[in-house]
Structures are given as structure tokens and as C-alpha cells.
Design a protein around this ligand. Structure first.
Ligand code: GLN
Length: 535
């Protein structure tokens, strides 16, 4: 019988529910259980693909091409849970399918209502992940208890123990205990209120994970236990981790959350095997080197807009026992400012993906700076397109070279719309999305990094390298070193006469994890380290 763990949040948003859920998943896996992770998002968008990174942070893309919430990135970095379209359910998706069924007459004349029709649809999507070979399904509910749009989801998870048995379900609620400097006290009242709200809905949490800035003390934990009706040992403190998010699972394990879960769900008492993770923490605490990587992007001030890029750079650092300092640079600043000031001291430059014209000229200038000075460059998606435009303008001398995304009438469209995109009008879920095979050229930096000839990487774009310019670019030193199997689409370009200049049309940042850095990020940071040491 598959067990279900539900993770809800209270008091404030941004408590790190995704990280906590992923950490719980990791600990269950490390006790030998097979885990499936999923996220329920109560907003009405069908998926986050159409949302601005300012609103929502990064859009995380899966192999099957679904555009999902960035918490799924945590799931993939921490666990082995296979993820697909089924792993991220929104109100938009639920209502689309309820309305489709209503139109087909599947409700047989019933008045279609939130309870039971919408809640049944939510329950079905949660329970879909249960299977014979799955021990634990972890379902994270986005938003905060009390949100109007979250209510049908809360109601659905309240009902699940009635369907699958109380003994097979566990509710974890994540809250905050703020420390009031003026009173010199940690305050438990918001947690009490939040659990009160949850109990009003009919959910009694089994475990409270309490986020705190500093240790709240046994007394407060006991107070929370009493007022919230949970056992003392089920109040688990999660103190802010300043060094690394990869400390979170170890902190939770120290507070014995994994043991508690096993006990409460009646799972077999297996051993926790987490030595490799402890070893990783040791390496994180004792780096041997340090490099600075500039990330020049358009959504720089939003911490989550390039989440997976930052994480992948950090993982690459782990592989070299190197602390990677990330210098976030607003692309528009590169247009106006002296680049020596901004990029003079960095060991590598990365331009990530993006959409729209703002900041493009700054990114192109930054790429030129890195190319001409031999600074290791890693271009991702739009960062690859900028590299091609820059090369065409400054090496081929095609001064007006551009992407038709930014200049429809450019005389030299070195980046143009993919053929399959030309007739598409809808914005949602219509890009070239998900895993695509790519063949690597012998003796290229990418081939060297991956160590194999055929790879598969995830895509999310509408525009592509224009093959009409291929020959001229090759002649002048920019090589397409990775292509689709039929050779039609260019997926990677490299500049031959440069220490490390690799730009890819896909998103390698979605396939890196802390114990196994993505090969291109690893080699990029390796090249940056070499440059740093040569200084
Ligand atoms: N805007 C570009 C395109 O659609 C790049 C997309 C991206 O960087 N994800 O092709």
C-alpha cells in the first residue's frame, strides 16, 4: 500500500516548502523507499509557462516537455523520483479537465460543483502517482493555509485519508517562528493560528516543521506541541541554513524527522544511508579554491529567476572543491557601463535564457568582451543566440545581424523562427519543449565534456540558428559542434580559438545535481578555475 505525505505551509509564503519536501523525499529514499514527488499549485494558469519570471521565478522544464513550477527542480536535484506532466497540477489544469468532462456529458446531468467534482478531480490526480512499486508519494501544496484559491486542494487532501486509510497518510505543516528582537523572544502565536486554520478545515497536522532564524528552545517547542495538538517530538525545528541549501536534509535528519515518519506511517525500520551527502557537506564547508562567474541576465534582481543556473554553477564548484561566487549583472548595465569595471575581474561569463529585446545589446557586448579576452564563456539558449549574433556582427562583419525575435526585418537573420513555429499563435505550451537528442562532433569541447557521442537535453525555445549562415560561420571559426540527428538543427556552437567558449540551444541546468554536476557546467567552471589560477 502506497503511503501519502502531504506538505502544507502556513504563516508566510517563501518558507522553503519545496526544499523541505525534497529533503523529506531524499531522506525516505535514503532509507530505501521508492518515492514519488508532486506539487499542487492553486493558481489558475494551466502551467507556469506563460508567467513572467518576476511573478514566478524560473519555469522548470521536464523531459516530457511540461513547463512546471521551480520546486520540481528541487525534487530532481534531491531525489530520483521520475517527474512528468502528472507531477505538477494547477487549478487551471483541474478545471480544464472538469469542464471537458462536463461538455462530454460525463457527469450524467449532475450539477457540477467544487465538492465533489473538482475535489474528486484533484484527488484523482494525487492518487495517480500511487502504484505497486511506490512506497511513498509526497504531495506539496503550494500557497499558504487560508488562501481562497487553495481551499479546494485542502478539502481534497482532507478527504484522502477517508479513501486510502488514515494509517496511510501523514500531514506535515511548515510554519515560521519569528524572533522579535525588541522583545528578545521567539514567537509561537503565528504557528498556533496557522495550525488553528488548518484544523478548521479538518486537517490535524502530524508533524510541524518550524522555520526559525535562531534556536527557539525546548520550552517553545513544547508550547507549540500543546497548543497545536501534536506530540513534542513531532515539532521539528528547521533553523535557517546560511552556508548551503544542501544542509537542509541533514538538519532534518538530526532532528529525526525520517524516523518519525517511518514510525507514524508504519513503514519498515530501515537504516538511513547518507554518507555521500555528509561527504558533500564536508566539501562544501572546506573549499580549496574560489572563482567568480558573472551571470548577465534580464531578471537578475529576482533570486529565483535563474534558480537552476545558480544551482548548477554551485554543483560544478562541488566537483572542483571550489566555491563559486556568482556576480549577478543586469544586462542593461552592460550597455551603458564600462565593461572592464563589470567584467574585468571575473573568471567566467554565463548568459542564460530569456525572451524579448530588453537587455540584448548588453548581453551581446558582454559576450564580445569574453570572446576577445579569452574569458571562459557559457551561453544557454538565448545566451547561445547572442553568441551567434555577436560573432556574425563582429567577426563576419554583418553589422546588422540579429534574431528575428528582436528585428523582424534584419538583413542578416542569423537566428530565425523554427519552421514548426511559423504557424503557431497560442503562447501556452507551444514552444519547442522537452528532451531532444543531439549528436556531438568529435574533438569538440562538448564531446570531451559529455564523454559520449549522443546526448539528450531539454529545450524551451521558438527560434534557432539559421543554417544559411553555417558555412560562413565555420570558415571564420565558429563551429556547430552539436546538431539534431538529421543535422538540420544546430544545438551547440563553439569558438575554436578560445580557451572555453561553448553555447547551447538547450537548458543543461535542468539536469545537474549536487552529487553529479552537469558535464558542461563542470568543464566551464574547470576552465574558469584554470583562468583564475593563471592570473
Ligand atoms: N527567446 C529565445 C527563443 O524563443 C530564447 C528562449 C530561451 O532562452 N529559453 O528562441
Amino acid at each position: 500500500m502506497t503511503k501519502h505525505i502531504f506538505v502544507t505551509g502556513g504563516v508566510v509564503s517563501s518558507l522553503g516548502k519545496g526544499l523541505t519536501s525534497a529533503s523529506v523525499g531524499l531522506l525516505q529514499e535514503r532509507r530505501g523507499f521508492s518515492v514519488r514527488m508532486q506539487k499542487l499549485d492553486p493558481y489558475i494558469n494551466v502551467d507556469p509557462g506563460t508567467m513572467s519570471p518576476y511573478q514566478h521565478g524560473e519555469v522548470y522544464v521536464l523531459d516530457d516537455g511540461s513547463e512546471t513550477d521551480l520546486d520540481l527542480g528541487h525534487y530532481e536535484r534531491f531525489t530520483k523520483s521520475p517527474l512528468s506532466r502528472k507531477s505538477n497540477t494547477t487549478t487551471g489544469r483541474i478545471y480544464s479537465s472538469v469542464i471537458e468532462k462536463e461538455r462530454k456529458g460525463e457527469y450524467l446531468g449532475a450539477t457540477v460543483q467544487v465538492v465533489p467534482h473538482v475535489t474528486n478531480e484533484i484527488k484523482a490526480s494525487i492518487l495517480k502517482l500511487a502504484a505497486d512499486d511506490v512506497d511513498v508519494v509526497i504531495t506539496e501544496l503550494g500557497g499558504t493555509v487560508g488562501d481562497i484559491e487553495g481551499l479546494p486542494f485542502m478539502e481534497a487532501i482532507r478527504q484522502i485519508p477517508l479513501d486510502v486509510g488514515k494509517e496511510n497518510c501523514l500531514f506535515i505543516h511548515l510554519t515560521l517562528v519569528p524572533y522579535l528582537k525588541a522583545a528578545r523572544e521567539a514567537k509561537t502565536k503565528p504557528t498556533q493560528h496557522s495550525v488553528g486554520q488548518l484544523r478548521q478545515i479538518g486537517i490535524q497536522p502530524d508533524i510541524l516543521v518550524v522555520r526559525t532564524e535562531r534556536a527557539m528552545g525546548r520550552e517553545n517547542a513544547e508550547k507549540i506541541a500543546l497548543f497545536c495538538n501534536v506530540e513534542k517530538e513531532a515539532v521539528i525545528e528547521e533553523i535557517d541554513k546560511t552556508l548551503s541549501i544542501y544542509e537542509v536534509p541533514l538538519g532534518l535528519a538530526e532532528n529525526k524527522i525520517d524516523e518519525l515518519i517511518i514510525k507514524k506511517l508504519g513503514l519498515p525500520r530501515t537504516e538511513l544511508k547518507i554518507d555521500d551527502w555528509k561527504d558533500l557537506m564536508h566539501r562544501i564547508r572546506n573549499p580549496q579554491h574560489e572563482v567568480t562567474i558573472a551571470v548577465v541576465g534580464k531578471y537578475i534582481e529576482h533570486r529565483d529567476a535563474y534558480k537552476s543556473i545558480y544551482e548548477s554553477l554551485t554543483h560544478a564548484g562541488f566537483a572542483h572543491s571550489t566555491r563559486v561566487l556568482i556576480k549577478r549583472i543586469e544586462a542593461e548595465e552592460c550597455e551603458a557601463e564600462d565593461l572592464d569595471q563589470l567584467l574585468g575581474n571575473v573568471d567566467g561569463l554565463l548568459v542564460p535564457g530569456g525572451f524579448g529585446y530588453r537587455g540584448i545589446e548588453g548581453k551581446i557586448k558582454a559576450v564580445q568582451y569574453a570572446r576577445e579576452r579569452g574569458i571562459p564563456y557559457f551561453g544557454i539558449c538565448l545566451g547561445m543566440q547572442c553568441a551567434v549574433i555577436e560573432y556574425a556582427r563582429n567577426v563576419l562583419g554583418l553589422k546588422e545581424a540579429n534574431s528575428t525575435e528582436f528585428a523582424v526585418d534584419t538583413p542578416d537573420p542569423v537566428i530565425c523562427l523554427l519552421e514548426e513555429q511559423k504557424t503557431i499563435t497560442d503562447k501556452g505550451g507551444t514552444m519547442r519543449l522537452g528532451a531532444q537528442p543531439c549528436i556531438l562532433q568529435e574533438e569538440s569541447k562538448s564531446r570531451q565534456a559529455y564523454g559520449e557521442q549522443e546526448i539528450s537535453e531539454r529545450h524551451r525555445h521558438r527560434f534557432e540558428f539559421n543554417p544559411a549562415y553555417k558555412e560562413r560561420l565555420i570558415e571564420s571559426g565558429m563551429h556547430p559542434t552539436g546538431t539534431s540527428p538529421n543535422g538540420n538543427l544546430v544545438e551547440i556552437v563553439e569558438v575554436a580559438d578560445h580557451p572555453w567558449f561553448v553555447a547551447v540551444q538547450y537548458h543543461p541546468e535542468f539536469k545537474s545535481n549536487p552529487l553529479d554536476s552537469h558535464p558542461l557546467f563542470r568543464d566551464f567552471v574547470g576552465a574558469a578555475l584554470k583562468k583564475h589560477q593563471g592570473k
